[in-house]
Design a protein around this ligand. Structure first.
Ligand code: FES
Length: 149
């Protein structure tokens, strides 16, 4: 499926003696997770920054001319494939925001980054246990729909 594609691992982004700006920002902002998640977060965040710099819209982009206008939501959406329960997410968002701020050359985008505030705690979606009875009702309804086909 990806025969011939280029693959960049964390070692291709930077090494301990030559950290990328994003790796340095993760270090500066204490944005670490475990040894599996941190490299994945940095690889995803590197791609995220490239996407934003190329004006690629995400699922939550409301303005194609300003795809990073809602920076925290953009980062959360674009990083949503990296899931763990350990939650260093606020510091990860700070690290990514810091690098975006430094890398964006267009002044309007830089303004949007600077106006965004990284506050609060971003949490992953609730689990089925947290959803409780509502989740069970939805499953029952889904099962009934499935019975009809
Ligand atoms: S930090 Fe890796 S599983 Fe949570």
């Amino acid at each position: 499926m990806h025969d011939g594609d280029d693959i960049t691992t964390i070692e291709g982004i930077g090494m301990p003696e030559s950290l990328s700006a994003l790796q340095q920002a993760f270090k500066d902002n204490d944005a670490f997770q475990c040894g599996y998640c941190t490299p994945g977060q940095i690889c995803s965040a590197t791609a995220l920054i490239d996407e934003i710099k190329q004006n690629w819209p995400s699922h939550v982009t409301t303005d194609l001319q300003n795809p990073d206008g809602l920076l925290v939501q953009e980062i959360a959406e674009r990083m949503s494939g990296n899931i763990c329960r350990c939650s260093a997410y606020p510091n990860i968002i700070k690290a990514i925001s810091q690098v975006l701020e430094n890398e964006m050359n267009d002044s309007s985008k830089t303004d949007a980054v600077q106006k965004s505030e990284v506050t609060g705690i971003w949490s992953p979606p609730p689990s089925e246990a947290q959803l409780g009875s509502q989740s069970m009702k939805n499953k029952t309804a889904t099962s009934r729909l499935g019975d009809r086909s």
